[in-house]
Design a protein around this ligand. Structure first.
Ligand SMILES: NC(=O)c1ccc[n+]([C@@H]2O[C@H](COP(=O)([O-])OP(=O)(O)OC[C@H]3O[C@@H](n4cnc5c(N)ncnc54)[C@H](OP(=O)(O)O)[C@@H]3O)[C@@H](O)[C@H]2O)c1
Length: 298
């Protein structure tokens, strides 16, 4: 059986569905079984646990051939942070997998590094280091920013005024990848043991700015108005005032400042040449997903 921690999330749900479609038994780890409701039809097993509490993980990993980590605590509240989830939660999961004799496939981020200005990237790097030193047969999958998440955020912030919110100048080129492409890499990593010991880095076809993405989202919705910008000084102010009390807000403001200026471009040619069958989902496909034809009424 494959245990997917984070199997209720955006990426995890795609991975779970993909495995279930291939008749591979899947178990989903969640803090709240209600969050796995949308996976019920896929016949997956659901186990309740919290990566912050190692005692809850022993049963979850029991008998798992591969433990997949698709968790993150970036946008969390109430003690859910990159440090408690992406670093320490992953450490607990890796240790449980080691004790159970499971392999591990762990989701990380392109740009994970000990000295990254982004806390999430530093915490992912710490988890990667723990995994590589653990002796557990493992594959690390690093991805760039998920396109669907940002398209959704831009649509959501435009819902009322018709104008999406862009943090900072929005001119910094960023690599965005479809979560569907990332799920295909994760599935490959789960089922192909020749990937053990590797770091697979996946990105999307384009490096585009948030302004360009916002314009594409606007056009797809038939809207013409320009985005609203939250200027960098305002982001610094949030980070250094209310962000010190409301930690999640501070983290998001600091991440927005970093996203507006650090190099987030990426070229995924190497991985795509190694695995030519990987999907390469375009921005256009993400903006206009094909709806399956409705069955004809009798
Ligand atoms: N989003 C991006 O742009 C992006 C880019 C690169 C890499 N990644 C990585 O890809 C993976 C999936 O990201 P996503 O955006 O698809 O995630 P998501 O939709 O936000 O889902 C996060 C998942 O983490 C789980 N989780 C959080 N705290 C937990 C805890 N204490 N114990 C157990 N599970 C916990 C949640 O499970 P429950 O709520 O059901 O407990 C949920 O399934 C993550 O590892 C992320 O770092 C994401």
């Amino acid at each position: 059986v494959i245990l997917v921690a984070g199997g209720t999330g955006r990426l995890g749900s795609l991975v779970v569905r993909g495995l279930a479609q291939r008749q591979i038994p899947v178990r989903v780890l969640t803090r709240d079984p209600a969050r796995a409701g949308h996976l019920a039809a896929d016949g997956v097993e659901v186990t309740v646990g919290d990566v912050r509490d190692p005692a809850t993980l022993t049963k979850a990993v029991s008998g798992a051939d591969v433990v997949v980590s698709a968790i993150h605590g970036f946008a969390g509240v109430d003690g859910v942070t990159p440090a408690t989830i992406d670093r320490d939660g992953n450490v607990h999961l890796i240790d449980a997998a080691r004790d159970a004799g499971s392999h591990v496939v762990m989701m990380s981020v392109v740009g994970a590094a000990a000295d990254s200005p982004l806390e999430l990237f530093r915490m992912k790097y710490a988890a990667e280091q723990h995994l590589l030193a653990s002796g557990v047969p493992c594959t690390i999958v690093r991805a760039t920013a998920f396109l669907e998440l940002w398209v959704e955020l831009l649509h959501k912030t435009a819902a009322r005024s018709g104008r999406p919110v862009v943090f900072g100048r929005g001119a910094n080129p960023i690599n965005f990848v479809s979560a569907c492409d990332v799920a295909a890499v994760v599935e490959r990593a789960i089922t192909d043991v020749t990937t053990r010991g590797s770091i697979l880095q996946i990105g999307g076809p384009d490096n585009i700015s948030l302004n360009q993405l916002a314009a594409a989202v606007q056009a797809s919705a038939g809207r013409t108005s320009q985005p609203r910008h939250i200027p960098r000084p305002a982001l610094h102010l949030i980070a250094n005032t209310i962000g010190r009390i409301k930690r999640d807000l501070g983290r998001q403001a600091r991440a927005a400042i970093a996203m507006d200026q650090i190099d987030l471009t990426f070229d995924s040619t190497a991985l795509r040449q190694a695995y030519p069958d990987l999907p390469l989902t375009s921005l256009d496909t993400c903006l206009h997903p094909m709806t399956p034809p409705r069955p004809r009424e009798a």
